[in-house]
Design a protein around this ligand. Structure first.
Ligand SMILES: NC(=O)c1ccc[n+]([C@@H]2O[C@H](COP(=O)([O-])OP(=O)(O)OC[C@H]3O[C@@H](n4cnc5c(N)ncnc54)[C@H](OP(=O)(O)O)[C@@H]3O)[C@@H](O)[C@H]2O)c1
Length: 310
């Protein structure tokens, strides 16, 4: 697998990472037991994946707990990014004075004495415009060795522009995929600041696999789309199938992201060994230039001026 350096450290990460929101997250993503989650993470590590993205709020702490159980005897093999702001009890607390306790709680669930990075979990504009003291606290935790890097998780090009203008971070986790291409215009600037870019939601929550259409009935976190949004997504998926000539869009969606050299890692949410293996099989397959251009053109014609909701 393709390996790069992570977050201004010497730590190598495979560009194909693992989104751990789904681990043990029966409420939002469908049933997954603790044992299944632990086995899935262990298999991913055996197959060469070493970058995991989690958060205290994922499955009320269970995502971190499952990761901790799986990495217990092999901590040195993995790189972990967790978050600050949304707590395991379901509440939110973005106060700078709460960072230390949040990190210590994450370390306890992860059964480790350091995390490779902590990112603020969708902070407000006051943080993104550098008006708060959060990053002084993160620096302190870095000096103490509890964390090795820090940054923000954000959703839009506007937020990315603010971060690059006002903050000095090691990591930006950003929503970017075939349907949400706006942040790409800031990738070069991020690379010039040696920031690691981690791409979340690479499959548009599953739509960019090609297996869903407007008639699909979604449960959990994906019951958020109204009829009009389902219709638009269904039409766009058909257009992508026409462009690629394939019903399975997953390899194209992933290859599009990895075709951007400024991106450090992509973290699809993975629910089974079957899904894991599909990503591993496809990783490293280059995207032909004409297809990449067709994906950009589709975005510019259909989405740039009328973005989909997340
Ligand atoms: N605010 C934040 O910081 C934030 C927000 C969102 C996500 N994230 C992070 O980003 C990660 C990825 O985002 P996401 O999970 O929301 O969306 P995603 O990666 O775009 O989609 C994940 C879903 O796609 C389906 N899938 C994945 N691989 C597949 C494969 N090979 N074949 C078929 N289906 C496949 C699975 O659902 P089904 O099988 O049920 O269809 C999976 O739950 C999360 O796990 C989390 O770590 C962070």
């Amino acid at each position: 697998m393709n390996v790069v350096q992570y977050a201004k450290t010497d730590t190598p990460v495979n560009r194909l990472g693992f989104g751990a929101w789904q681990l043990g997250n029966t409420e939002f993503w469908g049933h997954m037991s603790v044992d299944e989650g632990v086995a899935l993470v262990k298999t991913a590590i055996q197959r060469g994946i070493n970058f995991f993205d989690t958060a205290p709020g994922y499955a009320n702490g269970l995502s971190e707990t499952i990761l901790g159980m799986a990495i217990k005897d092999q901590r040195e093999k993995v790189v972990i990014n967790t978050k600050f702001g949304h707590k395991a009890d379901g509440s939110s607390d973005f106060h700078p004075a709460s960072i230390r306790e949040s990190v210590l709680d994450s370390l306890s669930r992860l059964q480790t004495d350091y995390v490779d990075s902590v990112v603020m979990h969708n902070p407000g504009f006051d943080v993104l415009s550098g008006q708060t003291t959060h990053f002084q606290m993160f620096e302190q935790l870095k000096d103490e060795g509890l964390i090795r890097a820090y940054g923000v998780s954000i959703d839009s090009a506007e937020e990315m522009d603010m971060v690059l203008t006002h903050l000095q971070v090691d990591v930006i986790e950003v929503l970017f995929n075939l349907f949400f291409q706006a942040p790409a215009k800031h990738f070069k600037a991020a690379a010039s600041q040696h920031i690691s870019l981690v791409v979340k939601v690479p499959l548009d929550s599953g739509w960019l696999t090609g297996k869903y259409d407007e008639d699909t009935i979604f449960q959990g976190i994906r019951s958020r789309w109204d009829d009009q949004t389902l219709q638009r997504r269904g039409k766009l998926v058909r257009q992508l199938k026409h462009i690629t000539g394939h019903d399975n869009l997953t390899p194209y969606a992933m290859a599009f992201i990895l075709s951007h050299p400024e991106i450090t890692a992509v973290i699809p949410g993975i629910k089974s060994v079957k899904q894991l293996d599909e990503h591993i099989r496809a990783a490293g397959t280059p995207l032909p230039d004409d297809l990449k251009q067709a994906f950009i053109t589709l975005y510019e014609q259909e989405l740039k001026h009328d973005p989909l909701p997340w």
